[in-house]
Design a protein around this ligand. Structure first.
Ligand code: GSH
Length: 116
């Protein structure tokens, strides 16, 4: 397994919410704000600050089909970018997704489902 693949896989499977981001990106700021409003701490990996940032972005493009940031994962599962997060939020699905997701899996086998 390459270093970049390992880094990405560890991040998305070891943290409930991960945002691959760039510090100057307004869509990333908006996505972080949505998660803050949902009181969900997220790991932000700022690709413009990471030594292997460009390689990580290329790996994400290859594996998710998405080459832009933010590139968001919840419960180890790719959910998309800022507009996808906004759609989940406005349709009311975000809270359920966050409640069902656990760090380390996609929540599908979670016994701790919470109704909100
Ligand atoms: N529709 C996307 C827009 C994201 C976007 O355009 N991000 C810009 C940065 S603000 C980007 O990734 N540009 C290419 C790059 O930085 O490599 C979303 O909602 O996430």
């Amino acid at each position: 397994m390459t270093l970049v693949k390992q880094l990405v896989q560890r991040a998305i499977h070891g943290n409930k919410v991960v945002i691959f981001s760039k510090t100057w990106c307004p869509y990333c700021h908006r996505a972080k704000a949505i998660l803050q409003e949902a009181r969900e701490p997220a790991l932000a990996i700022e690709l413009n600050k990471e030594e292997r940032g460009a390689d990580i972005q290329a790996y994400l493009a290859h594996t998710t089909g998405q080459s832009t940031v933010p590139n968001i994962f919840i419960g180890g599962k790719h959910v998309g970018g800022c507009s996808d997060l906004e759609d989940l939020e406005s349709s009311g699905q975000l809270q359920a997704l966050l409640a069902n997701a656990k760090a380390g899996n996609n929540g599908s086998s979670s016994q701790q489902q919470q109704q909100q």
